[in-house]
Design a protein around this ligand. Structure first.
Ligand code: SF4
Ligand code: SF4
Length: 333
């Protein structure tokens, strides 16, 4: 069993020289680290189930670091959706805003969670946090040390009979493939990613989407069943989700692209309402109508798929939260 940490670097969709330069520098410096095995793959969001890079990711048995140009939450749940599962490793290389928001976000994670998580950690690192390759190399060295310590403890526990040897996973990638195969071309994709740390399985998204994107699995849990049915550039259902659990990783607004958004002042805020300009459900319905019309179908407005929330919005008396929302909308955020 090789005792190396696998690092996977997911390239940006953009070929911007600054991004390519940072990717190359990180990969080059990591190649010189004796405890690290590094591979480069195309943009994680774009690789489909049959791509060699996906088969490679699935074959990695132990802890792993995934560097990408995506918010860590988006990358984590994207991997989980593709059966690359693990506990969310704690990354210390964050920008200052993220550091503040992580605590709030943890408090608001009341979702159904992921199923069948193996005993290993996946660390998702956002390459937009710093433009210095040294910062990433240093953080990955720290993670490698942390993983090594945890694996050694597991081995001792298995020798003493406290845990099964099966729980001590191999620490490197099992599938040996050339860099060229890993970088086979991809096409740009667009589909929702569900954060199961937040998703409560309320099914509002499946009711709302009229394009057959969502389905349910064998345990009646919500599932993105036909991702490529989703309409490019449209984030409509993310505005409808009451938990802000639906991520469109390439969308321009951070809160829809997977930035950590939690409570403000200890209260859980309907951020879709706030960032959608006060009427996110109407905006979502209008975005959905645009796509229906493009498909040669009839617009449905607010008549289909959103009755529960719409009724709630009309019937509920204004409360303290509404007052807070009004005051937040009055200030620049
Ligand atoms: S609307 Fe949001 S919380 Fe409800 S099932 Fe869909 S993703 Fe989950
Ligand atoms: S963005 Fe539109 S098409 Fe895509 S999943 Fe959401 S509602 Fe369906």
């Amino acid at each position: 069993m090789a005792d190396k940490l696998t690092v996977v670097l997911s390239q940006s969709q953009s070929k911007h020289p600054a991004r390519r330069g940072l990717e190359e520098n990180i990969a080059t410096y990591l190649l010189m680290e004796k405890d690290i095995e590094v591979s480069v793959i195309p943009n994680l969001y774009d690789i489909d189930e049959k791509h060699t890079a996906m088969l490679f990711l699935r074959s990695i048995g132990g802890d792993m670091v995934v560097l990408s140009w995506l918010y860590p939450r988006a990358a984590h749940w994207m991997l989980d959706r593709s059966e690359v599962k693990g506990h969310m490793g704690e990354v210390l290389l964050l920008d200052e805003e993220d550091e503040d928001e992580v605590d709030d976000a943890e408090e608001t994670n009341n979702g159904i969670g992921a199923a069948d998580i193996p005993d290993r950690h996946i660390y998702t690192v956002d390459m937009r946090v710093s433009d210095r390759h040294e910062d990433y190399v240093e953080e990955i060295r720290r993670i490698a040390k942390e993983c090594k310590g945890r694996n050694q403890a597991k081995k001792v526990a298995s020798q003493l009979g406290f845990v099964s040897i099966d729980s001590v996973l191999p620490t490197n990638g099992a599938l040996k493939v050339g860099q060229e195969e890993l970088m086979a071309p991809t096409r740009r994709r667009w589909y929702p990613v569900i954060d199961f740390g937040r998703c409560t399985n309320c099914m509002e998204c499946i009711d709302f989407c009229l394009f057959g994107v969502y389905g349910v699995d064998s345990m009646d849990r919500i599932l993105v069943e036909n991702p490529d049915n989703c309409k490019k550039g449209c984030p409509a259902c993310s505005r409808v989700c009451p938990e802000q659990a639906i991520i469109f990783p390439e969308y321009k607004s951070p809160e829809i692209a997977g930035a950590n958004v939690g409570g403000i002042g200890g209260l859980k805020i309907d951020l879709t309402k706030l960032f959608g300009g006060g009427d996110a459900i109407s905006i979502a319905a209008s975005e959905r109508d645009t796509e229906l019309i493009r498909d040669g179908r009839e617009a449905v407005g607010l008549a289909v798929g959103i009755p529960r929330r719409q009724e709630g919005l009309e019937a509920e008396p204004r409360d303290e939260l509404d007052a807070l929302m009004d005051s937040l909308e009055d200030v620049e955020i």
